[in-house]
Design a protein around this ligand. Structure first.
Ligand code: ZN
Length: 235
């Protein structure tokens, strides 16, 4: 299937666990990329999802309606998905304003950005750290530091596979810091689907990196990025 780009930021088709929800995509097609879901529309999604999750529990042999610890669980789970775990599927990304770099052409690095996501395959959490960097270039743009955290949150608060999440964060930073001469993103995360089910190995972590421009082509830029990353790791 051809990939669909909404607002030039999304890199998987809508409706996929790693992409925006079908509800938001339908509104965007009518009202443009800044369209948002109303509170009533979100409540409807939560209510319908809770109803289906109740059926899921029933099929697993749970009398959830009678059990005081489970009677509100379908609603709790549906709210957690829409408001927290998958929040990035139901909201467009915050508008990120960029500013002229005013001649700054060095590395802009932010490390140890905490990341919580959910594996698309098993719906188990992924937790770790993200390290990001870009070099604006003489005519390039810079963005407020906390915007890098917001970009990470927007794409992580969905279903994810770590490889694709790495690319999504990279592409968003690259687009927003137009004129940059390189972007680097590295994620180091543990996957509960590995530690809690299947092979059940505790403590294994997965590192992924997406580098472009100077970080890919110049040894010195790549070394500077990884030196900053290792500075956190050795603390
Ligand atoms: Zn998994």
């Amino acid at each position: 299937m051809a990939k669909e780009f909404i607002d030039g930021i999304e890199c998987v088709p809508h409706g996929y666990a790693n992409g925006i929800s079908t509800h938001l995509a339908n509104k965007q097609q009518l009202d443009g990329p800044r369209a948002t879901l109303t509170e009533i529309e979100k409540q409807r999604i939560i209510k319908n999802a809770a109803y289906r999750f109740g059926q899921f529990l029933t099929e697993l042999g749970v009398r959830w309606e009678d059990d005081p610890n489970s009677s509100e669980t379908p609603m709790r789970v549906a709210k957690a998905y829409v408001n927290d775990l998958w929040a990035g599927r139901y909201e467009p990304m915050d508008e990120v304003t960029s500013f002229p770099s005013d001649g700054y052409d060095g590395i802009v690095f932010e490390g140890n950005i905490p990341v919580t996501s959910m594996c698309s395959h098993h719906h188990q959490t992924i937790q770790g750290k993200v390290h990001v960097a870009y070099v604006p270039g003489p005519e390039g743009n810079v963005i407020g530091l906390s915007k890098l955290n917001r970009i990470v949150e927007h794409f992580a608060r969905r279903g994810a596979i770590q490889e694709q999440l790495t690319v999504a964060i990279h592409n968003a930073i690259s687009k927003i810091t137009q004129g940059n001469i390189g972007v680097a993103v590295m994620i180091d995360a543990t996957h509960n689907c590995v530690s809690c089910r299947g092979v059940k190995h505790q403590g294994a972590s997965m590192k992924t990196a997406k580098l472009s421009g100077c970080f890919l082509e110049e040894d010195s830029a790549r070394a500077e990025f990884y030196n900053f990353v290792n500075g956190y790791n050795s603390k």
